[in-house]
Design a protein around this ligand. Structure first.
Ligand code: KG4
Ligand code: ZN
Length: 330
């Protein structure tokens, strides 16, 4: 069978990324232009600034991706881009660019759900991984437990009722003065602390999550005592959220009678969460997967991989495809 080269384009938040992936699994290039430095001084992503920077970056990022992969536009078989969920202005930049390429090069366009992209990051890091499996998507915008029935069919089993887990990491980091983006900084500081601070645990009968109560408790503790040990606070937070994530994931795995569990999304780069999930291989006989750190946070290789599987399933988009900021996965 002829190799299929997919050009992936990702611009849903503050990373402009373009990638070339062969047969959905082999990354030939994954060029990422992060705007973290630009948004850092505002303490979070400013949507309008993000859109403008995507416009400025996208041509050069694409050029870099093609050069690194040592291919030309003509060698590409499929153009896949994120069309949601995300910031509408940011999404429109990558999507419009992808549509223009698809039209000019006469190559099929495949729209990709960003969450499907995060899941597909695991296919790149683990060539042996195939559906069905259970995936816990934990990122800045999402906390979803998803049954991956096959490459393009998903069922959401549980999700957050309020904040995404990454939002909680970022907010806590801001409150204790670590800056943006908070996740990696909380991860680092937590290693110096002990889980000694009691935080409230929200529990639902079903597989949903809630993180706003924990976040508020931490903000209040810090306001009451600004000298509270920040490392202990970060460590206690990580311990509690890992416990909650594992509880719900195991419950879902039991219901589905599934052994294979994958983590995905920016927060799956967290070293404590990874370590605790990995223990389930010994203690519960599960098989745990998570992507390489660079593929956990936003990147276009994961979009190219998901685009490849959508293409194989015949899910090709028209040039009337629009950005959908609150796109759901199904
Ligand atoms: O997947 P992602 O790049 O964007 C979304 O699709 O939302 O995730 C970004 C989130 C941010 O909240 C960031 O703080 C968090 O992932 N993050 C981490 C770590 N690295 C990134 N959270 C905890 N520990 C980390 N090491
Ligand atoms: Zn993401």
């Amino acid at each position: 069978m002829k190799d299929i080269l997919t050009l992936g384009i990702e611009s849903s938040c503050d990373e402009t990324s373009v990638s070339v992936v062969k047969n959905g699994r082999e990354v030939l290039s994954n060029s990422i232009n992060s705007q973290i430095k630009i948004h850092e001084k505002y303490g979070g992503v400013v949507p309008e600034i993000a859109s403008r920077n995507h416009v400025e970056a996208i041509s050069n990022v694409t050029k870099d991706a093609l050069e690194e992969a040592q291919v030309s536009f003509q060698d590409i078989d499929v153009i896949s881009c994120t069309y949601g969920p995300g910031l509408v202005g940011a999404l429109l930049v990558g999507l419009s660019y992808g549509k223009a390429l698809s039209y000019a090069l006469e190559k099929p366009l495949v729209g990709v759900n960003h969450i499907q992209g995060h899941i597909a990051a695991n296919y790149i890091s683990h060539p042996e991984l195939k559906p069905p499996f259970l995936c816990l998507v934990i990122s800045g915008g999402h906390t979803h437990l998803i049954h991956i029935k096959d490459y393009t069919h998903f069922e959401i089993l549980g999700k957050t009722r309020d904040d995404a887990i990454g939002e909680a990491f970022d907010k806590i980091a801001r409150v204790v003065g670590l800056g943006y983006p908070g996740g990696p900084k909380v991860d680092k500081l937590a290693k110096e602390g002990q889980p000694t601070i009691k935080l409230p645990k929200t529990h639902f009968e079903n597989l949903d999550f809630s993180f706003s109560g924990i976040k508020t408790a931490i903000i209040n503790l810090h306001h009451k005592d600004p000298n509270i040990n920040k490392a202990d606070l970060c460590c206690s937070f990580e311990h509690l959220v890992a416990e909650i994530l594992i509880e719900n994931t195991l419950k879902a795995a039991d219901i589905l009678n599934i052994k294979t569990i994958a983590l995905a999304g920016g927060v799956s780069a967290n070293s404590y969460i990874r370590q605790e999930f990995l223990k389930l291989e010994q203690t519960k006989g599960k098989k745990i997967y998570y992507p390489d750190p660079i593929l956990c946070t936003d990147n276009a290789a994961m979009i190219a991989s998901a685009g490849y599987y959508n293409f194989l399933a015949g899910n090709v988009s028209g040039l009337n495809l629009n950005a959908i900021p609150n796109l759901k996965i199904s």
